[in-house]
Design a protein around this ligand. Structure first.
Ligand SMILES: NC(=O)c1ccc[n+]([C@@H]2O[C@H](COP(=O)([O-])OP(=O)(O)OC[C@H]3O[C@@H](n4cnc5c(N)ncnc54)[C@H](OP(=O)(O)O)[C@@H]3O)[C@@H](O)[C@H]2O)c1
Length: 306
């Protein structure tokens, strides 16, 4: 079968190779991949790929071999999955605890756009606590996570301000109910909660806009620059604020995937997909994602999905 593997070349981060079909563990189903979606974090991993890295965490497709231990969906079931790796291939072995069944109303493209970004949004919002009537600031908002967070937070009653680089990158967020600004300094605080994913010079400014005793959840560093904080600049401003480091990871993912599928099915969550392409275009798509040229998610189509 065909599989994409890292090259270590920033201009063309992946290339096709011929590889054996994976042999599933007893608790894994074999999925024929129809669509997959890359994430910003994966583009970081591809810069200096570790030996043996097989990229690919977000897939949708068809079960062609059920798990030998009897768990999970049967052969012929359409699923969305979040394997630890290996999803950018014609076939992937996925633990059944990290699969959810797809209903007929949800195509593989929207399904593949859900896993990592959607699970992150759900877990991030649970970390933030109740948002009913809360003032929320979200940075790095024009990507996959940002669109999911915005739609879910607004539905939960938050008054949300989103930071995007340009008006075009914030258009859909405005439609979803966010107040969009293009520089964190323009965000009108104070905020009860800040969801920060860019690091660098943005985090300290965002932190200065949290109300005393509020919460800043730090979930990324898209700028690639570390953060420097000045104790004295925060005196009388963000006193008593909690800074919480957040990482979404922790299997099982199946229940959260099923929750996301249900939200899409009921029209409560609308994946924002800025690019749909054949997986022959994966390398270019990864570069465009890294360079902020894609709004929301990118989805690549393999085999039957094309
Ligand atoms: N902690 C976790 O568990 C976890 C899980 C998933 C994702 N993340 C992180 O969360 C963030 C969002 O993830 P995603 O999948 O939604 O990524 P994405 O689709 O690539 O979106 C990231 C957004 O960050 C902004 N950004 C990119 N480079 C930037 C820079 N140099 N300076 C300022 N802003 C920049 C971009 O918005 P504009 O171009 O509009 O500014 C972009 O839309 C990323 O930083 C990612 O690494 C963390």
């Amino acid at each position: 079968m065909q599989r994409l593997i890292p090259t270590g070349d920033a201009a063309r981060p992946v290339a096709f190779t011929e590889a054996p079909q994976p042999t599933p563990e007893p608790g894994e189903a074999l999925i024929k991949v129809e669509a997959f979606a890359p994430n910003r974090g994966e583009t970081f991993l591809l810069e200096r790929p570790r030996q043996g890295l097989l990229p690919g965490k977000d897939i949708a497709g068809l079960v062609v071999q059920a798990a030998a231990d009897g768990s999970g969906p049967g052969i012929g079931t359409r699923v969305v999955g979040h394997p630890a790796q290996g999803g950018w291939a014609e076939y992937a072995a996925v633990p059944t605890h990290s699969l959810a069944v797809l209903t007929d109303g949800i195509d593989s493209v929207r399904a593949a756009a859900l896993p990592l970004a959607g699970i992150t949004a759900l877990r991030l919002l649970r970390t933030a606590g109740s948002l009913a009537g809360r003032r929320v600031l979200l940075t790095g908002a024009s990507g996959g996570v940002g669109h999911y967070v915005t739609e879910l937070a607004v539905a939960a009653g938050a008054e949300l301000t989103a930071v995007t680089a340009t008006p075009v990158r914030g258009e859909r967020l405005t439609e979803l109910g966010a107040r969009v600004v293009h520089d964190v300094t323009a965000a009108q605080g104070p905020f009860d909660v800040v969801l920060e994913s860019t690091g660098g010079t943005t985090l300290p400014i965002a932190l200065s806009k949290v109300r005393p005793g509020g919460l800043l959840v730090w979930f990324g560093q898209a700028s690639r620059s570390p953060v420097t904080l000045d104790f004295f600049e925060l005196l009388g401003v963000a006193e008593g604020v909690t800074i919480q480091h957040f990482h979404y990871a922790g299997a099982p993912y199946g229940p959260d995937l099923a929750a996301l599928v249900g939200l899409v099915e009921r029209g409560r969550l609308h994946p924002e997909i800025g690019r749909i392409a054949d997986w022959a275009d994966t390398a270019d798509t990864l570069v465009d994602l890294r360079e902020r040229r894609i709004r929301g998610k990118a989805v690549l189509l393999t085999g039957e999905g094309r």
